[in-house]
Design a protein around this ligand. Structure first.
Ligand SMILES: Cc1cc2nc3c(=O)[nH]c(=O)nc-3n(C[C@H](O)[C@H](O)[C@H](O)COP(=O)(O)OP(=O)(O)OC[C@H]3O[C@@H](n4cnc5c(N)ncnc54)[C@H](O)[C@@H]3O)c2cc1C
Length: 398
């Protein structure tokens, strides 16, 4: 159904080689040390996997989200952290700037990402998670600048990323204008402070941190200006996030694929009762379920990556891919661990790491519940406001 071109086969092979040679041997240490894998980032940069979606005119390779998915899949088979770096260096923040930024902003983003920077996308706040539009980080217009104050948390790459795409509520002349996107550079933008690290269950090689903005000054030229203004602009900016969602789904899928491959090898070699355990039907059915789930999640991801007329994947296709791939990755990594018995539970094999890493994807980047809300609203063709007054407003119109 999904025919790869000669170039895509080559790209996939190139990614597989890097993943199986370097990434695989580093994954356990990256998990243990919880340190960002700068050596891997250097190799990703040399291989042209950082910023591969950046258009050729800005020095990138002009590759598609589907091409990127092929690379992410290969990295995730061995290391979820590496795969997430590839997602963020090609999708979310980069995608938004390449789609909506000014020429100068695109040049700035390209100059950083093509040298190995993994941008951070900063939306979530302590009191605004799923309810992202309730964010209270405020950008006040002062002459040719915006002064931003507020706090984000669970920001992937806090303290390692240079380029930041920060979402804040814009206030001009005392009036709330909606949510805007602001570009800040760590080390250059004053008032951008990396806060405490948030230690996670899995995917430990990328820091998640708080970010604090204390009178952070962002010149107007670093604000993403959308034709519809700040009011309608948040939705447009978030459409770039659909690519990030497909990327996250691919990481989940790739981790599960890696766990499945290890399970296949193990069940053929491990003998009990004088036979390889692969001969037991109880094991065979687990393998069949894993294979079926993986085929389905890959199909949803590929479909989503190829969808969308706006330059970004379709919102619902991306949500469906992430809903399914995330649940499936939890199930597959769990089964893969199970068929290994005690050694699967042990730390000498990657099975427990893969199960921990896979657990993230029903939470980060839109929870499993919020994405289901979105898909339900779409298939039922119903507005599904989540706030109490949203329902009241809807009822009063009916
Ligand atoms: C590893 C990791 C990396 C992350 N990276 C980033 C990042 O780089 N940038 C960024 O901005 N954010 C990031 N996040 C934050 C992430 O996007 C949020 O965690 C997510 O949006 C959920 O918000 P919350 O954690 O506040 O949960 P809450 O919104 O408080 O939700 C708690 C629970 O309630 C459920 N729930 C809430 N509202 C509803 C509803 N209306 N209907 C049904 N169920 C509901 C949720 O599904 C969830 O199960 C990251 C999170 C993690 C775990």
């Amino acid at each position: 159904m999904f025919q790869l071109t000669k170039e895509q086969h080559k790209l996939q092979q190139q990614a597989k080689e890097l993943s199986d040679s370097h990434v695989k041997s580093r994954a356990a240490e990256v998990d243990k040390s919880e340190e960002y894998p700068w050596d891997t980032v250097e190799r990703l940069t040399q291989a042209g996997f950082m910023g591969m979606t950046i258009p050729k005119e800005y020095g990138g390779r002009g590759l598609s989200y589907f091409d990127t998915v092929l690379v992410i899949e290969q990295m995730a088979r061995n290391c979820g952290v590496t795969a997430r770096i590839v997602v963020e260096a090609n999708m979310g923040g980069v995608g938004a700037i390449m789609g909506y930024g000014s020429d100068e902003q695109k040049k700035l983003a390209a100059s950083l990402v093509l040298k190995g920077d993994k941008p951070a996308i900063c939306i979530t706040e302590p009191n605004a998670g799923s309810a992202a539009t309730e964010m209270t980080t405020v950008a006040l217009r002062q002459g040719d600048n915006y002064i931003i104050n507020g706090e984000k948390h669970w920001i992937t790459g806090g303290g390692v990323s240079k380029l930041h795409l920060i979402f804040a509520r814009v206030i001009e002349e005392g009036v709330d204008q909606g949510i805007g996107g602001f570009i800040a550079i760590r080390g250059e933008t004053e008032g951008l402070i990396v806060g405490e690290r948030e230690y996670a269950m899995g995917l430990r090689g990328i820091p998640e941190t708080q970010l604090l903005f204390k009178d952070m000054v962002i010149p107007v030229k670093r604000v993403i200006q959308l034709p519809q203004g700040f009011k309608g602009g948040f939705g447009a900016l978030m459409s770039a996030y659909n690519a990030q969602r497909v990327g996250a789904a691919t990481v989940a899928h790739g981790i599960a694929q890696g766990a499945y491959e290890r399970a296949l090898d193990f069940v053929k070699s491990r003998e009990q009762f004088g036979r390889p355990i692969a001969e037991f039907q109880g094991i065979q059915w687990m393998i069949a379920d894993m294979a079926t789930g993986l085929a389905a999640s890959q199909a949803l991801i590929y479909k989503a990556a190829l969808s969308g007329a706006s330059g970004y994947p379709d919102k619902n296709a991306a949500a469906q891919a992430k809903i399914f791939a995330a649940d499936n990755a939890i199930a597959v990594t769990n089964s893969a661990l199970q068929v290994h018995g005690a050694v699967g539970y042990g730390r000498s094999l990657p099975m427990e790491r893969m199960a921990r890493d896979a657990r993230m994807f029903t939470i980060g980047g839109g929870t499993a519940q919020m994405l289901r809300n979105q898909v339900a609203g779409s298939v039922l063709k119903m507005k599904t406001p989540q706030t109490r007054d949203g329902y009241l407003k809807l009822q009063s119109k009916e």
